[in-house]
Design a protein around this ligand. Structure first.
Ligand SMILES: NC(=O)c1ccc[n+]([C@@H]2O[C@H](COP(=O)([O-])OP(=O)(O)OC[C@H]3O[C@@H](n4cnc5c(N)ncnc54)[C@H](O)[C@@H]3O)[C@@H](O)[C@H]2O)c1
Length: 249
């Protein structure tokens, strides 16, 4: 019997990468998994791959009316949401602040930070009613330190660390735990697309991590499983840093 038996887990951005690995791991531990992604094709393929009770729903997390409709559909089907993983995000264009348009700044903050707020707000009433829930926000080591040409992304991830703490305080008495994960660079489709190949991504990014390599998605999904389960029952408002030593330098 898995440690998430009888749990309903909603994972945003599970169409690929870290979110997909989290969805697969949760399912292998007995959870019914619902994927919420803006990419219909990818989400359907992942739900198919997981099989069983897994379902895919489509929405942009920053579009509140669509998110509300999807969450209502999920609740009509399953009655409850026990676990929410806010994982979907965008990197944004890489450039200096002076060259970043207000539209691009607002788009990245809107998807990454406001999207996390929107999905959490839509799910919270059900968790409050059930007097239990676990929310896991995927931040980044770049929420704690900045890199050049990524102001909106870094700011949005720093905001997620604070939103995590604020949510944890607002809803501790409702039996809801809220934690975040700050991964360092993880080998995903996004990274290999940006750098052309896994090898190139490794060449550039691995030296920035004291462990000398990038993370595998399973090293992040294992932490998400811990935060979603009773194994972390006294944790809320915390950030789990999984960065190969990046922030210790
Ligand atoms: N990959 C890394 O190196 C790394 C490092 C630190 C943090 N992170 C964080 O981990 C999370 C997952 O990263 P990844 O590399 O797996 O991402 P990815 O880009 O490979 O996948 C993101 C998924 O989210 C979906 N998505 C994007 N925008 C969306 C939106 N507006 N609404 C709904 N769905 C949307 C995409 O369709 C895709 O399926 C993100 O929050 C990212 O910031 C990643």
């Amino acid at each position: 019997m898995g440690i998430l038996e009888n749990k309903l887990a909603l994972v945003t951005g599970a169409g690929q990468g870290i979110g997909k690995d989290i969805a697969k791991k949760f399912s292998s531990e007995g959870a019914t998994v619902v994927i919420l992604d803006s990419d219909q094709q990818r989400a359907l393929e992942v739900a198919d791959e997981i099989g069983g009770t897994a379902r895919a729903f489509f929405a942009q997390i920053e579009d509140e009316p669509s998110v509300r409709i999807v969450i209502q559909k999920v609740l009509n089907n399953y009655r409850k949401i026990d676990i929410l993983v806010n994982n979907a995000a965008t990197l944004g264009l890489k450039d200096k602040i002076v060259n970043v348009s207000l539209e691009e700044w607002e788009r990245v903050i809107r998807v990454n930070l406001t999207g996390t707020f929107i999905v959490s707000k839509a799910v919270l009433p059900n968790m409050i009613e059930n007097r239990q829930g676990a929310i896991i926000n995927i931040a980044s080591q770049l929420g704690s330190v900045a890199i050049p040409n990524s102001a909106a992304y870094c700011s949005s991830k720093g905001g997620i660390l604070q939103l995590t703490r604020a949510l944890s305080l607002d809803h501790a008495k409702d039996g809801i735990r809220v934690n975040s994960i700050s991964p360092g660079a993880v080998i995903t489709e996004k990274l290999t697309t940006i750098y052309g190949s896994e090898e190139n991504a490794s060449k550039v990014l691995a030296p920035k991590h004291p462990l000398g390599r990038l993370a595998y998605p399973s090293e992040i999904s294992g932490a998400a499983l811990f935060l979603a389960s009773e194994e972390s029952s006294f944790m809320t408002g915390s950030d789990l840093v999984i960065d190969g030593g990046y922030l210790s330098q």
